[in-house]
Design a protein around this ligand. Structure first.
Ligand SMILES: C[S@@+](CC[C@H](N)C(=O)[O-])C[C@H]1O[C@@H](n2cnc3c(N)ncnc32)[C@H](O)[C@@H]1O
Length: 240
């Protein structure tokens, strides 16, 4: 499925402060990435054809209601925690919505090892990966990281988005196996999945304490309201 912006819709493209991300300024400004597979839309996102640096290029709108990372960037996250050429272990790949934009950002020299344990999602993810040679889908359970040891090398960053009560522990386990020293991590926290009785702030504090005990030191946290309710994204670095 693809839907192009209307021919009379004019967008001016500007680089975002995070390399590989752009801001399309039109009637409504939006975050976009350069489409690695021109003509192909992954999750029904709008495609924009526009001139940038005197070249006619195709960009994909990065929907903050569909991707927590896009929401965090729009809400002013200070760092992206990965860049062009990064090796990323992505836990909770789902059908590849966010991964497809990360794939645009890291470019040809980067690679994403995308772990997903749902059979239905991994099938859809395989379609997402068509012509995106920088995504390696892995059908596996992130609770058992040793099972994908044969595929995944030491990585620069781990991104975790699995909505599981023990996701911090799962991130810590995967970091021990695969994250380089001083490597970065991003984890999305859904308070209701962890403890529905405590206040949101208490859950975030508790999760940050757990992260520190695992050698994962948070540098920032952002609430994803209004794009995603009771969710926050935490970013930081590994130092064990
Ligand atoms: C919220 S969705 C991820 C959305 C995705 N990050 C995106 O923005 O496109 C969470 C996914 O994590 C997967 N998941 C949950 N627990 C997992 C585990 N232990 N190992 C692998 N995948 C898991 C679920 O099947 C689901 O597809």
């Amino acid at each position: 499925m693809r839907s192009y912006s209307k021919p009379n819709e004019i967008f001016l493209l500007e680089s975002h402060r995070f390399p590989g991300i752009f801001v399309a300024r039109g009637l409504e400004d939006c975050l976009v990435t350069l489409n690695k597979t021109p003509g192909k839309s992954i999750y029904g996102e709008k495609l924009i054809l526009s001139f940038f640096n005197n070249k006619r290029l195709e960009f994909r709108v990065w929907n903050p209601f569909r991707s927590k990372l896009s929401a965090a960037i729009l809400l002013g996250f200070n760092s992206l925690y990965f860049s062009r050429g990064s090796k990323i272990l992505y836990i909770g790949a789902s059908t590849g919505t966010t991964i497809s934009h990360c794939s645009d950002i890291i470019g040809r020299k980067g690679i994403i090892y995308a772990v997903e344990f749902s059979y239905k999602c991994i099938l859809q993810l395989l379609f997402t990966c068509t012509n995106r040679e920088n995504i390696i889908p892995i059908f596996g359970d992130a609770r058992y990281p040793h099972k994908y040891q044969i595929i995944v090398p030491i990585v620069d960053s781990i991104i975790t988005d699995i909505s599981q009560p023990d996701q911090t522990r799962i991130l810590g386990l995967n970091a021990l196996y695969y994250l380089k020293k001083k490597g970065s991590f991003l984890i999305s926290i859904k308070t209701r999945n962890i403890d529905s009785l405590s206040t949101e702030e208490a859950v975030f504090v508790g999760e940050k304490e757990k992260l520190c005990k695992l050698g994962l030191f948070p540098t920032e946290q952002i609430s994803l309201e209004p794009y995603d309710r009771s969710h926050a994204l935490i970013g930081g670095y590994f130092n064990l």
